[in-house]
Design a protein around this ligand. Sequence first.
Ligand SMILES: [Zn+2]
Length: 418
Amino acid sequence: MSDEARLVLERCDALAAVSSSPTGVERVYLSPEHARVNAMAGEWMRRAGMTTWQDAAGNQRGRYEGTEPGLPALLLGSHLDTVPDAGRYDGILGVLLGIALVARLEASGTRLPFAIEVLAFGDEEGTRFGTALLGSRAVAGTWLPEWWSLADASGTTLHEAFVAFGLDPDRVGDAAYEPADVIGYLETHIEQGPYLEEADLALAVVSSIAGARRFELTLTGVAGHAGGVPFHRRHDALAGASEIVLAVERLAREADCIATVGRLQAFPGGVNVIPGLVEFSLDLRGEHDDRRDEVWAGIQAVAADVGERRGLTLAVDETHRAPAVVASPRLRGFVREGIAATGDADPMVLFSKAGHDAMAVAELTEWAMLFVRCGNGGISHHPDEIVTIDDVAVALDAFEAAVHAVAAAHPVAARASA
Ligand SMILES: [Zn+2]
């Protein structure tokens, strides 16, 4: 058991060595490092008994046939690209666990009533072109033509990078699946948060991937002399914004949502001037959109009250809005069964505060995810990102049991045993 987990961790290390940065791990879409890790993952897929190819968007894929050739596939995936100065496991662990799972099936001569395809997405993080999920969006068939003109920091467009990587931009549509060819998508990913570690648990079922709303807020009062204007005549935009920021924290906590004011600037910004204007950002996320939107309504009510009392006006610009993406209850149940098979009869349920490839694949097919405990307080997108060998071993067992649960409920299997 732990030999398999050890191999997974060794491969995480081997991939981490393929980096464009001399001081840390960085691997971006359509780079020479991307080509190298695709070749490595492809080799491991073939050793696990898969046929392999690089798809029309640069994703590395492997296929393990079911009881007969050509059956629709259960997709197991995650990504091989990274953020700058990344850790070793974000995305990578999910790809390698998919390969390890197929190696197990092959070793025991097991064929399922569907094929398995392991997907190693080339872009999830969006590090190079600023738009995330390019690999999984191609697979889901939701690639947008306007992306071709996106440019990286050196001015190379996505279109040019495709050609330089040996891909044909006109054929990117070939990366998309026909919905009839897939039966679902499962992804294993590190948690990227501290909840499992705090609960002393290895694995969790993911309920949804939070949808974020982002706002730019401008609060306007009246600037004035810090010595000359008495309190009862002030319209201090920063004192008002401070009340709103604390309300953001309180309301989000009460509703089990997560909210952050990450940037705040007071104008004119003089030590002896009452702030007449404050600009600040708000990032708001929740397991369910309605709960998240209720928090936003509460924040607006507080802001209205603050404005009334202090004589301030608030302007709101919503800059981003994405819906929460909810896991399929059916597949989520199989993941739960998979974790239960490893001895945790009542697995923890978490919603993901970060985005994942499953968000894009959700446009194609139903999905579910399994989270693996992240050590060091859940730190991620950081070199200190860590998982234990024991957790990797139990994650592989749970992942395999989840796939067998999918197989047991599959119509073909049910017919065959009827
Ligand atoms: Zn990731």
